[in-house]
Design a protein around this ligand. Structure first.
Ligand code: CTP
Ligand code: CA
Length: 216
């Protein structure tokens, strides 16, 4: 089995010294790469900038990228040959419309930045997903959690969506634990307790394996 995992944040440059980013640590994505590798799968981990060390498991090939465009290019090169896609990255929704060649100097009392939409990696790849391929997405929500997660499942052609609610204690960024709810394309919902991210990754891998189309 071949698995593609995206992980971590993306950094969208403004000038040679600044970027727009987010608080994703990459821990959940790296834990998923590890959990899939432990089942014997060959994993390509496309990672945005993180402070995590490269995985030592020889079944995991890591490709480090910075921007959403770079993450898309790396993921698109791997996706056609992968059986399972896991989109755990916190991709910046927008990037600066212009990247200044030189450091932007401090000027007036306000600064307005123009941003343009980034490519939606999961949705774009989802358009060419074959019936035997399986796609897993994440939804980090603060309100209307289930409805928003289901909308993403359909819009991005996911087979399974991992819902993180920021209302749950022990979930989200900068913690070693997570609390997730899985929603599948058949309408099934599984609610898990707060667990270490490695245990959450194991639960997600088991849910994927149970739903993979049978080999011909
Ligand atoms: N995703 C992606 N590429 C993007 C944005 C999101 O691949 N440019 C993936 C994420 O990795 C995640 C899923 O899509 O698996 C949902 O991400 P999320 O940010 O919740 O969805 P958005 O469509 O960006 O919606 P929102 O307005 O809620 O941010
Ligand atoms: Ca988003």
């Amino acid at each position: 089995m071949r698995v593609l995992v995206t992980a971590g944040p993306t950094y969208e440059p403004l000038d040679p010294v600044r970027f727009i980013g987010n608080h994703s640590t990459g821990k959940m994505g790296y834990a998923l790469a590890e959990a899939f590798a432990l089942t014997g799968a060959d994993v390509t981990l496309v990672s945005g900038p993180t402070s995590l060390p490269d995985p030592t498991n020889s079944r995991i090939a890591i490709q480090r990228v910075e921007t959403a465009d770079q993450m898309y290019a790396a993921a698109a090169a791997v996706a056609p040959a992968a059986d399972v896609w896991v989109f755990a990255a916190a991709v910046a929704d927008y990037k600066p419309a212009h990247v200044a060649e030189n450091k932007i100097k401090k000027q007036g009392d306000t600064l307005t930045l123009e941003l343009v939409k980034n490519v939606d990696i999961a949705a774009t790849l989802g358009k060419n997903k074959r019936p035997e391929q399986f796609s897993v997405g994440f939804a980090l929500e603060t309100n209307n959690e289930e409805e928003n997660a289901r909308e993403k499942l359909h819009r991005k052609n996911f087979n399974l969506v991992v819902l993180n609610s920021l209302r749950d204690a022990g979930a989200g960024f900068r913690v070693d634990t997570n609390k997730v709810t899985l929603l599948d394309a058949q309408g099934e919902m599984i609610i898990f307790e707060v667990k270490l991210k490695a245990a959450v990754a194991h639960d997600i891998v088991q849910a994927v394996l149970a739903r993979l189309p049978r080999e011909a």
